[in-house]
Design a binder for this molecule. Structure first.
Ligand SMILES: *[C@@H]1O[C@H](CO)[C@@H](O)[C@H](O)[C@H]1NC(C)=O
Length: 237
């Protein structure tokens, strides 16, 4: 408790460029620091502290995501560094990604416009990014693009990490291994990131929210633990 409070106090005092948070939920769910997020509507999805399942310790946050857009629910933080943003989260999905489009991380992105998000989720059975303003995906959902990403294992804790670079590049790691299809480096194009790079706006995210949103009927349960948001790579525990 002391450590988390100290970190948050430090984050409040420092310039936002140095904002950073790390949270293991062992002191419970602080809903002021980690509020729920469900823009527009909130019908059926729930967020709870789960003291029966954890990556470390005994607690995690459980998200029961309902079907359809309004079944969405997230929780997260607005303590986002300016400059490079690195996120490390341990997550566990109950059900495999399907062919339908879903998101499990959403980030309001002021460069895309009001209420537009940079989203991480799945489609075509694989992990992907989706830019809400133009619906571009990373990777492109071509056979080669799909092959360059990966499925999200179910029933196990997965260390998911990503980096939003100040030059617009995106890097992503699953259990420490880079995923080619979820990588878009400025100046390096390939057939699965050309669509993504057609928009040269650099994401500027003002929040990082973990949960569930589906645009068809998919439902799922996700658990999240040991979240770190920082301006340098944190790595897996
Ligand atoms: C942009 O950022 C990425 C990720 O940090 C880095 O690999 C790349 O070298 C940078 N490119 C330029 C042109 O600065």
């Amino acid at each position: 408790m002391f450590r988390r409070t100290a970190l948050l106090a430090l984050a409040a005092l420092l310039p936002s460029s140095l904002a950073q948070v790390s949270e293991d939920f062992e002191s419970g769910w602080d809903q002021t620091a980690w509020p729920t997020y469900a823009p527009d509507c909130n019908q059926g999805g729930t967020v709870t502290l789960d003291s029966t399942k954890a990556h470390s310790g005994t607690n995690s946050i459980r998200v029961n995501g309902a079907g359809g857009f309004c079944g969405h629910i997230f929780f997260g933080t607005t303590a986002v560094p300016t400059g490079d943003v690195y996120v490390r989260v341990y997550l566990q999905a109950q059900t495999a990604l399907t062919s339908s489009h879903v998101s499990f991380i959403t980030m309001p992105d002021s460069n895309q416009g009001t209420d537009k998000h940079l989203r991480i989720g799945g489609q075509s059975g694989i992990l992907m990014y989706n830019r809400e303003s133009d619906d571009a995906t990373l990777p492109a959902l071509s056979p080669n693009g799909i092959a360059a990403s990966e499925a999200l294992p179910t029933g196990t804790w997965e260390c998911f990490e990503y980096h939003l670079s100040t030059n617009g590049s995106i890097e992503t790691w699953l259990n420490g291994d880079a995923i080619a299809g979820l990588t878009s480096i400025k100046g390096v194009t390939n057939e699965y990131n050309t669509q993504w790079q057609s928009n040269t706006e650099i994401p500027s995210v003002t929040g990082i929210y973990f949960g569930w949103e589906s645009y068809g009927g998919d439902v799922n349960t996700f658990w999240y633990d040991d979240i770190a948001v920082a301006s340098t790579r944190v790595g897996c525990l």
